[in-house]
Design a protein around this ligand. Structure first.
Ligand code: ADP
Length: 260
């Protein structure tokens, strides 16, 4: 048992599955009191049950993080939060002209605007207590344009900008609050599954538990940015890979290669 987060209240949005679930389990194993906000009540409860079975503490609330009044209400029912993990996310994964207006707006509502609603609900408390950590899960697609992800990539570029600006603002104000950005590349989760059936992926997927452990270590060390895997090192490879993705995507949709 690790106790680095002992007694800390850790709130994870979208903690009911994928990376959020792994972060919830990892935080609980490090002694945190875990709170999960998920749009799926069943998914959140199932993760809490897993945590309790191993002797950890966890509670779940059904919250749509894109709904401002629901976020305000849920926050008023929570204790103070020491570590906020902005993790809830959605992806459409279609070429721009095949993505509906509602799908585009929906991606920004969850992946970008919700960061503001949830973070603002807890930031004042963190500043007045003089400590707190906000972790924003962006994406490798928040650093690099990927074919078929114009809405997702833009929403994650914005998430990266949000977290970096927050970090600068918190540091300038000497608030004791830290903002971390995490840019994982391809993870094997329910979100990526639908996309990877359309995009045959050329990189081996990252394991969510491994990423969750690295995030927990980054929280302890208060590292500002975590890019996984070392995308900077593999950037030329990543670019080549995405060009190939584009070709395959166009093939898959029967579109002309001349569009490239
Ligand atoms: P990944 O872990 O790859 O980001 P998943 O789809 O496995 O992807 O997990 C995303 C989680 O975010 C899910 O548990 C999902 O229910 C949750 N989620 C999606 N939209 C919302 C929302 N509007 N409010 C709260 N949770 C959400």
């Amino acid at each position: 048992m690790l106790y680095h987060l002992r007694g800390k209240n850790v709130l994870i949005t979208g903690g009911g599955s994928g990376l959020g679930r792994s972060i919830a389990l990892e935080a609980a194993s490090r002694g945190a009191q875990v709170m999960i906000w998920d749009i799926s009540a069943e998914a959140g409860e199932a993760v809490c049950t897993e945590i309790r079975q191993t002797g950890g503490e966890a509670r779940a609330m059904e919250v749509d993080v894109s709904d401002r009044s629901a976020v305000r209400l849920a926050a008023s029912r929570c204790e103070s939060v020491d570590v906020l993990i902005n993790n809830a996310g959605v992806i459409v994964g279609k070429p721009l002209l095949e993505t509906s207006e509602d799908e585009i707006a929906g991606t920004f509502d969850v992946n970008t605007l919700a960061l503001y609603w949830v973070t603002r609900a807890f930031l004042g408390g963190m500043i007045s207590r003089g400590h707190g950590t906000v972790v924003t899960i962006s994406s490798a697609s928040g650093l690099l344009g990927v074919a078929g992800q114009s809405d997702y990539a833009a929403s994650k570029f914005a998430a990266f900008g949000f977290a970096e600006a927050l970090r600068a603002e918190m540091r300038r104000g000497r608030t004791g609050v830290t903002s971390l950005t995490v840019c994982p590349s391809y993870l094997e989760t329910s979100m990526s599954h639908g996309v990877s059936t359309r995009f045959p992926l050329l990189l081996p997927p990252l394991r969510t538990e491994k990423v969750a452990r690295r995030i927990a270590r980054a929280i302890e060390k208060r590292h500002a940015q975590l890019i996984m895997p070392s995308l900077v090192r593999t950037l030329p490879v990543a670019r080549a890979m995405h060009v190939r993705h584009f070709d395959r995507l166009m093939d898959a949709f029967g579109a002309s290669r001349a569009m490239d």
